[in-house]
Design a binder for this molecule. Sequence first.
Ligand code: SF4
Ligand code: SF4
Length: 243
Amino acid sequence: MLDTIKLKYFQGKQYIKDIKNAPMRSQFRGFPIIKGNGNIDLECCPTGALSNNPVSIDLGKCTLCGNCKCEAIQFDNYYKLGSTSRDFLVIKEGMTSEEYEKAAIQTKKEITKVFSKSLKLRQVSAAGCNGCEMELNACSNCNFDMGRFGIDFVASPRHADGIVITGPISENMAWALEDCYKSTPDPKIVILAGACAISGGVFQKSSKLNREFLEKYPIDLYIPGCPIHPLTFINAVLKYISK
Ligand code: SF4
Ligand code: SF4
């Protein structure tokens, strides 16, 4: 017993105490800052996330690869990129991360009432590369410790309050995804995590995708990244369910 107490003492606190204001390393590529209205070479973007006139970046498609970094486009390390609106993910010139944070996630009374204290999620990897899946796994480790907020991943959709989709949704996974959705009891939420789930990402031109699910069912939360960062995921979900 004494040894265990000693060990705990020497290990100290391993979790990030203030998850809402956790520091991020300066090299992290997060929120895009669009400063000018130059004529950007759209060819440099692997996912068609860039547009000209006006210059904008669609975070739903962006892999944050940094290829487009130039005088007009910079990235800061702001990681709270989640949004309840697909349209809001398109960042235009002059938008600041503070403005984005204020308006990107609009919660609803019925959601906070039911899920603010406990949210169980079923993860569906719909042909993801395993990058987003690994980061979702990290959300529950002793560092990020998402479970302390009552948010956990569960093994069955029957035990879940919502589903988290990663990957571009291949034909082979389309029926399994729909099956999972139908097996999750109401009320439920649907979260798209990562550029692949939101837009198809780097796989968007593949003929082997079947993304009809997204037209059939409402999406509650879009969480950009390639892969998503655990802090991006946890902060978005927390904000969406918090009163
Ligand atoms: S950072 Fe995003 S917008 Fe820029 S080139 Fe890469 S994918 Fe395209
Ligand atoms: S968004 Fe990127 S990391 Fe996530 S599944 Fe797609 S390719 Fe992999």
